[in-house]
Ligand binder design. Structure first.
Ligand SMILES: [Fe+2]
Length: 220
């Protein structure tokens, strides 16, 4: 069994993770799994008592932020189980925006505090023959959603898998992410829709160094 790591440890987070794991054992398909997790995830988002202040804020000035999501953006890892499961928060100050990125894993993402705009995209060029050193990706924006506390959405790759997040409130926004992978440490992609570019991306976590770094590409 993969190693469990609680970076925030209290009864509430343990009971939520227990529910996630029990539910995951009952389903082989992602859609019914996410459907069954909606209620407990929604309840977690509106519960004031489990998420310490530190994980709802940007790190203090003297903190060594190990994350790569962007300057002034925090991604705090709360829990993970090996490569299979991760729970983390994303904290963005007013007006801040993440790069357009994918996740390559199922997930539930919802708002704990503040307000966010989610811009969702899909790839429109043929990516059946995707190669890691391809740099061309054409994206089409498919929808925009304004979200506030308690709102959440599902990631079921390739649906909803590519987005950017912008804080629209005057206070920082805090979103909670439950993902079926160690999403901060895996290799995924960041996009520049205007330039039609894609690049390899490892977001990292603010509080944890990843064991692996992106492998350099080998020229052939
Ligand atoms: Fe994301």
């Amino acid at each position: 069994m993969a190693k469990e790591e609680y970076f925030v440890d209290n009864e509430r987070i343990r009971s939520f993770i227990e529910t996630v794991k029990t539910t995951a054992n009952e389903h082989e398909q992602v859609e019914p799994l996410l459907a069954d997790l909606e209620k407990p995830f929604g309840e977690l988002l509106t519960d004031d008592d489990w998420l310490p202040e530190m994980y709802q804020k940007l790190p203090p000035d003297d903190y060594e932020d190990r994350g790569e999501m962007g300057e002034d953006i925090a991604q705090w890892l709360l829990y993970r189980e090996g490569h299979d499961l991760a729970l983390f928060t994303l904290v963005l100050p007013p007006g801040a925006k993440t790069p357009v990125h994918d996740h390559l894993a199922w997930g539930l993402v919802g708002i704990y505090d503040g307000e966010q705009r989610e811009d969702f995209y899909r790839r429109v060029n043929d990516d059946d023959h995707y190669h890691p050193d391809d740099e061309y990706a054409e994206l089409e924006k498919v929808r925009t959603e304004q979200m506030e506390r308690g709102d959440f959405y599902e990631l079921v790759p390739p649906n909803n898998d590519i987005h950017s997040v912008t804080t629209t409130s005057t206070e920082p926004s805090v979103s909670v992410h439950l993902l079926g992978a160690d999403v901060g440490c895996i290799e995924r992609h960041a996009f520049n829709p205007e330039e039609k570019e894609i690049e390899r991306f490892q977001s990292g976590y603010t509080n944890i160094e990843c064991d692996v770094t992106l492998e350099p590409l080998v020229d052939d």
